[in-house]
Design a protein around this ligand. Structure first.
Ligand SMILES: CC(C)(CNC(=O)c1ccc(Oc2ccccc2)cc1)c1ccc2c(N)nc(N)nc2n1
Length: 338
């Protein structure tokens, strides 16, 4: 018979404990937005795990935090066909459009009761689909044309706020999480400062910088870029339930270790949506990241199903954009590949 594995039991147990501890620190820092342990303590845990895995390579698991950066560049991105289309949003250009949206929703539901809305900032980044099977991240893909996108799994694995393994339990066997990958303003400024020093081309804005970082065939470059991800919707689900309300789904995402936006609120009726839009609009310049509007969604999933979609956008969701900022940025919105 094969000799028993040469790994001492306590070593294997130690590696498992380290993986769980590091995952929990990531959860506290990214999903709960709580202050993390001192970097030196976090780095010590990582180094201990790296040393153990170097000594006993059989200890390595796909969800080990040491497995975030692929060492082999791709020659091209594969194409992914989304199980469910990634839809786009209808736009509101003024308060009246929001009132009219709410009116249409209630007329269509033939019920004049006040609608509960989930309000979320519309991050100015790149839409992404993350597929988890039995809690493990197995695929990351861009939106593409909504039906097919690019497989960027290697690149999304380098983003620390994207868990390689969902936390806890209770998640569906197959779960697709949709969200936005973005570059916080501070990370963008630091990246351009480095580019200036090296005489490299500068990025025009955080969105372009995020797009360019995700389009790298060599994940080691993506790993050097300050990217984050906020989950905003569930997509394809198999063998599992999602809560009856959209806001409860986002809270479940947070329990499973995913980052959701801390500005997400649930409000009653269209007037409260307008108040939310105004208060966030006043704080826009102080946010750590660029947003280009607010997304309002009918919160109850049964009402969403009743309302359905028009062509490529749901009847139950709308984006209300802010006036474009820095007109020049919009004109120069060209894609730099760096
Ligand atoms: C609402 C939705 C369009 C996601 N939802 C979907 O893509 C979607 C896709 C198929 C669905 O079900 C279908 C099933 C079969 C056929 C067609 C649709 C349901 C929702 C959307 C799009 C962009 C968003 C964004 N930039 N920021 C925030 N904060 N939220 C956003 N939400």
């Amino acid at each position: 018979a094969k000799s028993t594995s040469a790994i001492p039991a306590e070593t294997s147990a130690r590696a498992q404990t380290l993986r769980a501890e590091i995952q929990e620190h990531n959860y506290r820092y990214y999903a709960l937005d709580e202050p993390r342990i001192p970097d030196a303590a976090y780095d010590r845990l990582m180094r201990e795990l790296q040393d153990l895995e170097a000594e006993y390579p059989e200890l390595v698991t796909p969800d080990s935090p040491t497995q975030r950066v692929g060492q082999t560049p791709l020659s091209a991105f594969a194409t992914v066909t989304h199980e469910l289309p990634m839809l786009s949003l209808d736009n509101a250009f003024g308060e009246d459009d929001l009132i009219a949206f709410d009116r249409r929703v209630r007329d269509r539901l033939q019920d004049d009761a006040t609608i509960e809305y989930a309000c979320e900032p519309k991050l100015d980044g790149i839409a992404v689909s993350l597929l988890y099977r039995d809690g493990l991240l197995v695929r990351g893909a861009t939106r593409g044309d909504g039906t097919q996108g690019e497989d960027i799994t290697q690149n999304v694995r380098t983003i620390d706020s994207i868990p390689l393994k969902l936390r806890g339990s209770g998640y569906p066997r197959v779960l697709e999480v949709r969200g936005e990958i973005y570059m916080p303003k501070a990370g963008f400024e630091a990246l351009n400062e480095k580019a200036r020093e090296k005489g490299d081309k500068l990025f025009v804005n955080p969105r372009n910088a995020a797009a360019g970082s995700l389009r790298q065939l060599d994940a080691r470059i993506t790993a050097t870029r300050p990217l984050e991800m906020c989950a905003y919707s569930v997509g394809y689900v198999e063998d599992g339930e999602v809560p009856a309300k959209h806001s409860e789904t986002l809270e479940a995402f947070r329990d499973w270790g995913l980052k959701i936006n801390r500005e997400m609120r649930v409000v009653q009726g269209a007037d409260a949506c307008i108040e939310y839009y105004q208060q966030l609009g006043e704080r826009r310049a102080q946010l750590d990241y660029d947003i280009d509007g607010i997304v309002f969604k009918v919160n109850r999933r049964d009402l969403q199903d009743e309302l359905g979609f028009v062509a490529r956008a749901p009847r139950w969701a709308i984006a209300y954009k802010f006036p474009a900022q820095e007109e020049m940025t919009q004109l120069l919105d060209v894609e730099f590949q760096v």
